[in-house]
Design a protein around this ligand. Structure first.
Ligand code: PBG
Length: 321
């Protein structure tokens, strides 16, 4: 008889045949930075996650470094919004200040910037509005300005998240033309129009004031289209391809892993974090175990890199085990 249980008999043999391992090296921690002073604000729907002003951020960065988390992904919350999100390319904007500050004080921390407009536009959409919809090509011009401004501030990698067509070509070309040939792009290649972003939009104050994002983010029903999206980004020069959200889209993570010779990232989003946290707070699940099991499932699906609000907690768990 085939006896599969022979290889499960003790922890020793289980360790030897274990196929997937999660490592601190896989993790990126998202950080919310708000313009202003003396801000350290709990995000109610994301227990344990805060918005910081720059003067209060050091404690958080010290901890990230201590836990050996390799990278952070920055989200800015500006005090001024307008219809184009012009703050995104202000060389003294909150993200630009944050990049300069972190690269100066924490040079070994790898800094990735989210490149989008929704936190910066008065209407909350990810670009320039024309006839009640986001104008793709007008937005591309602004993306170029934003990316150059982040590059000038010293960012290590840019991650355009707006789902405009032609983004990666535009970003690659702009970076190359300004001398940033070695600055990589992590493309939000397959970003679904998802209700799992709810808590993030509260945290970043980025909900659209009218309509939704269905004309630019992907329909959750579609799988073949995900390959199309990723193919464009791959051909346009993305260095890393990302799927977002993660847990309900692990089939897509595996599709990308099987079809592209690029590192694959997934974004374990705010709603996924909130669900586990709230059930754990009620005592309905073991929060730590469910966290580790779900992060492991992302790796098993094929993610090389995981962007997660659990990064600090997972790192603590991995350090003690
Ligand atoms: C867009 C952006 C979003 C997230 C990251 N970048 C949200 C959106 O499309 O509304 C969501 C992240 C999360 O839910 O954790 N700038």
């Amino acid at each position: 008889m085939f006896r599969t249980r022979r290889l499960r008999k003790s922890e020793g043999i289980r360790r030897l045949v274990r196929e997937t391992k999660l490592s601190i090296d896989d993790l990126i921690y998202p950080v919310f930075i708000e313009e202003g002073k003396n801000i350290e604000a709990e995000i109610v729907s994301m227990p344990g996650i805060k918005r910081f002003s720059l003067d209060r951020i050091s404690k958080e960065l010290d901890e990230i470094l201590f836990l050996n988390i390799p990278a952070v992904m920055l989200f800015g919350i500006p005090s001024n919004k307008d219809d184009q999100g012009t703050e995104t390319w202000n060389d003294n904007g909150i993200i630009q200040q944050a990049i300069r500050f972190i690269k100066k004080k924490y040079p070994s921390l790898y800094v990735i910037s989210d490149v989008c407009f929704c936190e910066y536009t008065s209407h909350g959409h990810c670009g320039v509005i024309q006839d009640d919809d986001v104008d793709n090509d007008a937005t591309l011009l602004n993306i170029a300005k934003q990316v150059i401004s982040h590059a000038n501030a010293g960012v290590d990698m840019v991650a355009p998240s707006g789902m405009m067509d032609g983004t990666i070509s535009m970003v690659r070309e702009s970076l190359d033309n300004t001398g940033y040939v070695n600055l990589p792009i992590m493309a939000y290649s397959v970003k679904y129009e998802s209700a799992f972003y709810g808590p993030f939009r509260d945290a970043a104050d980025s909900s659209p004031t009218f309509g939704d994002r269905k004309t630019y983010q992907m329909d959750p029903s579609n799988r073949d289209e995900a390959l199309r999206e990723a193919t464009f980004d791959d051909q346009e020069g993305a260095d890393i391809l990302m799927v977002k959200p993660a847990l309900s889209y692990l089939d897509i993570v595996r599709d990308l892993k099987n079809n592209f010779d690029r590192p694959i990232a997934c974004y374990n989003v705010s709603g996924e974090y909130a669900m586990i946290k709230s059930a754990a707070e009620k005592g309905w699940i073991d929060g730590e175990k469910v966290m580790m099991e779900s992060l492991l499932s992302m790796k098993r699906a094929g993610a090389d890199i995981i962007i997660t609000y659990f990064a600090k907690e997972a790192a603590k768990f991995l350090l003690k085990s």
